[in-house]
Design a protein around this ligand. Structure first.
Ligand code: DC
Length: 221
């Protein structure tokens, strides 16, 4: 039997940073499910398939192979055999992932892969629907959030630090739009599971959040 920790929340809440640290502390595998939706989105962008064309997206699903491997402890996503880790972090891919992930065939394919990974290993898995749909029996469930202004500020600082020129108001607008879409879609919307612990990181440091979640894990295991 494997142990599973589920961390859900909106874009920019710090899920991946926190989940990676928890995984390291617990010696679990970190599974970034957003990266899988992003890899699928990259395929649709490359092939000129618009997010609105649900039928085409469903048809194309069978031609998309997404696999996950771990290299030096880092998750690497392969799209039809190609390592796409370096190509999926753009705003364009993120927005396409949010739009194409409403498709039931996209979700079915990736949820199966996620459930398989969680059966095989002890995992910290982050996403939008992990506690509610993918791993409803997870040992620990966290809903990690922060205000949209704080999340936009973090994203703005991250991009600025990389020397990327960006507009704060536009970033906040994109975040609000993405929340709206992720929370209101028909299948597996982003929602706090009934048995998840809410952690609002707006006024917390990364270390404080890690401490709270590590405490929950200690209680559970
Ligand atoms: O976490 P992220 O920004 O990398 O995710 C990109 C998009 O993928 C997100 O806006 C919605 C979708 N997604 C999802 O529908 N379900 C998940 N478990 C993870 C991501």
């Amino acid at each position: 039997m494997s142990y599973n920790i589920a961390i859900d929340g909106p874009a920019g809440a710090g899920k991946s940073t926190i989940a990676k640290k928890i995984a390291k502390n617990m010696r679990f595998i970190y599974v970034d499910t957003g990266a899988m939706y992003r890899a699928m989105a990259l395929y649709f962008i490359r092939n000129g398939i618009p997010a609105e064309d649900g039928e085409k997206i469903s048809r194309e699903c069978k031609d998309v192979d997404i696999t996950i491997r771990y290299v030096d402890g880092e998750q690497v996503v392969f799209l039809n055999g190609e390592n796409v880790n370096g190509l999926i972090r753009t705003e364009e891919v993120g927005n396409m992932a949010s739009a194409s992930s409403i498709n039931p065939d996209v979700r079915k394919k990736l949820v199966e892969l996620q459930q398989l990974l969680a059966r095989e290993s002890d995992v910290v898995m982050d996403g939008r629907d992990i506690g509610t749909c993918v791993l409803p029996d997870a040992d620990v469930k966290v809903y990690l959030t922060a205000s949209s202004t704080v999340r936009a500020k973090r994203r703005y600082d991250e991009l600025t630090a990389k020397g990327i020129h960006c507009d704060f108001a536009q970033i906040e607008k994109d975040i609000i739009e993405r929340d709206e879409r992720d929370m209101n879609r028909e299948i597996s919307p982003l929602r706090q599971a009934k048995d998840a612990t809410l952690v609002d990181s707006s006024d917390m440091t990364i270390e404080e959040v890690v401490e709270v979640i590590t405490g929950l894990c200690k209680e559970a295991f």
